[in-house]
Design a binder for this molecule. Structure first.
Ligand code: GRF
Length: 199
């Protein structure tokens, strides 16, 4: 029985690629990435998913309410019997339309040691605050901004002379290791619906 994953992106998609590689290499066992959804048609991650044979779909906001947009996302998730949703650089807040049916089954990765530096530009926030240690966090998504229960964190030292770019690059390297490990650990605990137990 394989867990069916969907990954939501808005841009580059390097964490999506890290998850796809981990599934392909068996580091996330008994899982399949069924769908990558982007809210941005120009997201570079879409081509990377397609190159790996993963189905992609673009669901744009197009002036609709957040709830309407999210209802369309949920329809795609339901169609494919998705068990777990991984946000990977998805730049929108999810509404109850998604949180309701998938609570406890939505993960996000954030480039700071949450609860420090939530929200936008966390690497810049870390440098401005002069912290010695930053890092990345995988957490469950709830209605708060980057505030849901923490699953795993990894520290990254802030070095003298670090810029947003150099710090972000070192954190990203760790994100690509941490996210697959965290997804694998969540899946070990998750009860996968019996509806596709035979797959
Ligand atoms: C990552 O730093 C992730 O932690 C944050 O947005 C960035 C997305 O990068 N939420 P990518 O699209 O996965 O390359």
């Amino acid at each position: 029985m394989k867990a069916r994953l969907a990954i939501l992106i808005s841009g580059r998609g390097s964490n999506m690629v890290a998850l796809a590689d981990a599934v392909a290499e068996g580091r996330i066992p008994n899982a399949a990435i069924e769908l990558v959804i982007s809210d941005q048609p120009a997201a570079a991650g879409l081509a990377k998913a397609n190159a790996r044979g993963i189905e992609t779909t673009v669901i744009e906001r197009r002036g609709r309410s957040r709830a309407e947009h999210d209802r369309e996302i949920v329809a795609e998730l339901k169609k494919r019997d998705i068990d777990l949703i991984c946000l990977a650089g998805y730049m929108r807040i999810l509404s109850d339309e998604v949180l309701g049916p998938y609570r406890g089954r939505i993960l996000n990765i954030h480039p700071s040691l949450l609860p420090d530096c939530p929200g936008l530009d966390p690497q810049k926030q870390a440098l401005e605050r002069g912290v010695k240690v930053s890092g990345c966090t995988v957490h469950f998504v709830d209605e708060t901004l980057d505030g849901g229960p923490v699953i795993a964190r990894r520290e990254v030292a802030v070095l003298a002379g670090d810029t947003v770019e150099t710090l972000s690059a070192r954190i990203l390297e760790q994100e690509h290791k941490l996210y697959p490990e965290a997804v694998a650990s969540v899946l070990r605990e998750l009860t996968i619906s019996q509806s596709h137990a035979a797959s």
